[in-house]
Design a binder for this molecule. Structure first.
Ligand code: MEV
Length: 344
């Protein structure tokens, strides 16, 4: 049992280029954001393990004793590498969920239960061991998304900017601290369904869709090359290339069928301010990113943010290349984060 409060955080992330294509073996470029999710693990003496996820309105508690009595042999001696459909079914029983379980709140509870029961069972918590954290995070992703490529958990574990292809990860050396807007259209979507739709489109029209995936791969590689050059000496021309790559990829993603009217709106609004945007992640709603060139004046950025908020979107101004999963002491935390945690 923990003797004191443990604070950990992991960065949010966006995929610069390569979403969907990465599921089909192509390259993705993913970057960690300076927007973090904090987790406070706090010892209690009330015999309960509680889960409080305020952002999505989940609050649950279980008796530790009853969890300890559960027969968790079905989990085996996994080291974060072996989640099966049967595991998920058993976890639904533990959580008291019915057959149909697609609600994101319920999926989050299932991911928590899986990690809690498995980690307790294997008696290993090595927070320095990034490989292990990444493996567990991947299993959490699998509970929620089914068959993820692994790029999302990898970039939130290692941070920075990663090139990811078929499980092979390399970090970009000294990525430029690009400023971006991260915009949440608040249109819900299922990553699992969108990934499956791209797969069906690839099977239905292989000669049309495969070249799109190859072209997205080339966009990721070109972006990697430009980011590498920018590490040494960023120029306005580099930003123009990044903007062109964003526009081309956004069109490809629309052709793959993962666009959405809300994302079209997002792109139109930012185009009106001379800025370039693309969806990031699964698409079908969800989030988009907008590149903020360094020459932009503050009033232009503020006006763009106001216009996006006017569409009902949430909008954060942030930068790329944040540190990966981290442990914090209470004293090293930002006052605003500390306040947020204290208000729970
Ligand atoms: C989701 O953030 C990214 C996708 O490429 C799915 C995946 O890589 O697992 C759409």
């Amino acid at each position: 049992m923990l003797s004191e409060v443990l604070l950990v955080s992991a960065p949010g992330k966006v995929i610069l280029h390569g979403e969907h294509a990465v599921v089909h073996g192509k390259v993705a470029l993913a970057v960690a954001l300076n927007l973090r999710t904090f987790l406070r693990l706090q010892p209690h003496s009330n015999g309960k393990v509680g889960l409080n996820l305020p952002n999505i309105g989940v609050r649950r508690a279980w008796d530790v004793a009853s969890l300890q009595l559960l027969d968790t042999s079905f989990l085996g001696h996994s080291d974060g590498a072996a989640l099966t459909a049967e595991h998920v079914e058993k976890l639904k029983d533990v959580a008291g969920f019915s057959e149909d379980c697609v609600d994101p709140k319920r999926l989050a509870v299932l991911a928590f239960l899986y990690l809690y029961l498995s980690i307790c069972r294997s008696q290993r918590w090595t927070e320095e061991n990034l490989e292990l954290i990444n493996k567990w995070a991947f299993q959490g992703e699998r509970v929620i998304h089914g068959n993820p490529s692994g790029v999302d958990n990898a970039v939130s574990t290692w941070g920075g900017a990663l090139r990811y292809q078929q499980g092979k990860i390399s970090s970009l050396k000294r990525p430029p601290a690009l400023k971006i807007l991260l915009i949440n259209t608040k249109v819900p979507r299922s990553t699992k369904a969108l990934v499956a739709n791209v797969r069906s489109r690839l099977l239905k029209f292989p000669d049309i869709v495969a070249p799109l995936l190859t072209s997205i791969d080339a966009i990721s590689l070109e972006c990697e090359r430009v980011l590498g050059e920018m590490a040494a000496a960023p120029t306005p021309e580099h930003y123009l290339v990044l903007e062109e790559l964003i526009d081309m990829n956004q069109h490809h993603l629309n052709a793959l069928g993962v666009g959405h009217a809300s994302l079209d709106r997002l792109c139109q609004v930012t185009t009106a301010y001379g800025l370039h945007s693309k969806l990031t992640g699964a698409g079908g709603g969800g989030c988009g990113i907008t590149l903020l060139r360094p020459d932009l004046e503050r009033p232009e950025v503020e006006a763009t943010k106001r216009a996006l908020s006017g569409c009902g979107f949430d909008c954060w101004e942030t930068s790329i290349g944040a540190p990966g999963v981290s442990v914090h002491t209470a004293t090293s935390l930002d006052a605003s984060v500390q306040q947020g945690l204290d208000s729970l």
